[in-house]
Design a protein around this ligand. Sequence first.
Ligand code: NAD
Ligand code: UGA
Length: 333
Amino acid sequence: MRYLVTGVAGFIGSQVAERLLPRATELIGVDCFTANYPRSMKEENLQILRSKPNFSLLEADLGAADLPELLSGVDVVVHQAGLPGVRPSWGREFSEYVAHNVVATQRLLEAARNAGVRRFVYASSSSVYGNAATYPTSEETLPRPFSPYGVTKLAGEHLCNTYAANYGLSTVALRYFTVYGPRQRPDMAFHRFVAAGCRGAEINVYGNGEQIRDFTHVDDVVRANVLATEADLPPGKVLNIAGGSRADVNTVLTLLAGLVPTPLRVTRTDHQAGDVEETWASCDEARRLLGWTPKVELLDGLASQVDWYRARLEPVLAATTNSDLDPDLSVVP
Ligand code: NAD
Ligand code: UGA
């Protein structure tokens, strides 16, 4: 099997690629190292992959690369590349979101159908639902994105469906719900909370902290991707992938307080544009078609992220002082 994993230097893409490698004759990873967070973190994500003989990395932007050549002989595409983040999608040029999430996806789909790719897995998002009309939300619910980011992720999904309907390309879109765990992006809540908690710095809660998420551990997302590369599915399938660990932000902080040595310092600021009140998925379809259910409980998953962060922090602290570190706490250098 020849796999192509896009966004391979990212939080999720790097871990999906690691899990696919043992079944790959060859796995090609593509990434253009977008500036959404420091390259050093993405390099860290690639460390294990770089040591494997059946892995190769192409540093290229899917919006410009020669994709017909890249896709030649590829059996399975796992498309994780994208510009993520609900709240940052207001501050940036919308054209960047369109370029990375829509144009890049369309170019890849076009090359995939011409190359006769057997399965195309697309990383979609709970952000396509916005404030959903019904909970738990099934895939039949009308998507009503609530942020520019959500609009572009839905556009990518529609493109998958278009190539499936017209050309029979075997696409499957996995709608991930707020993914957390080791290597999480530094703009995301758990990363910021864990970093601040481990270093005695301030945690900023947006709004009253009663917003609920169906938090999903990255190991469960990775397993769903592996199953989606090989399951018998009709073209154009869309599946929710959620952790079943529904909790509000205040509850997450209570759990975190039990995992770090000093009391949390919590401040509250305004509710942020684009943030929905609640996500809560029905995963019946993923269970039926992939045989997938989430396995990682929230407390265990949070502990895995604390362990990961501490393992990165300790050698740095041994060489410097806490106050010398990045003040926004996003990255351990
Ligand atoms: P990430 O930023 O860590 O990884 C995305 C990677 O894609 C980055 O390394 C980036 O450099 C690369 N990339 C972006 N545009 C590219 C392009 N045009 N060409 C080549 N490489 C490109 O983000 P992540 O959290 O791992 O998210 C992975 C995917 O999952 C994204 O598509 C995101 O929209 C989706 N998603 C993530 C979450 C979550 O909670 N993390 C939830 C729902 C959906
Ligand atoms: C996440 C990802 O960032 C998106 O890329 C993804 O598409 C989306 O999940 C999804 O499920 O589709 P989000 O739910 O906002 O988006 O995830 P977090 O950044 O982990 O935030 C969770 C909650 O914590 C949000 O309500 C946010 O307002 C809150 N938060 C975040 C804070 O209170 N403080 C912070 O410093 C950061």
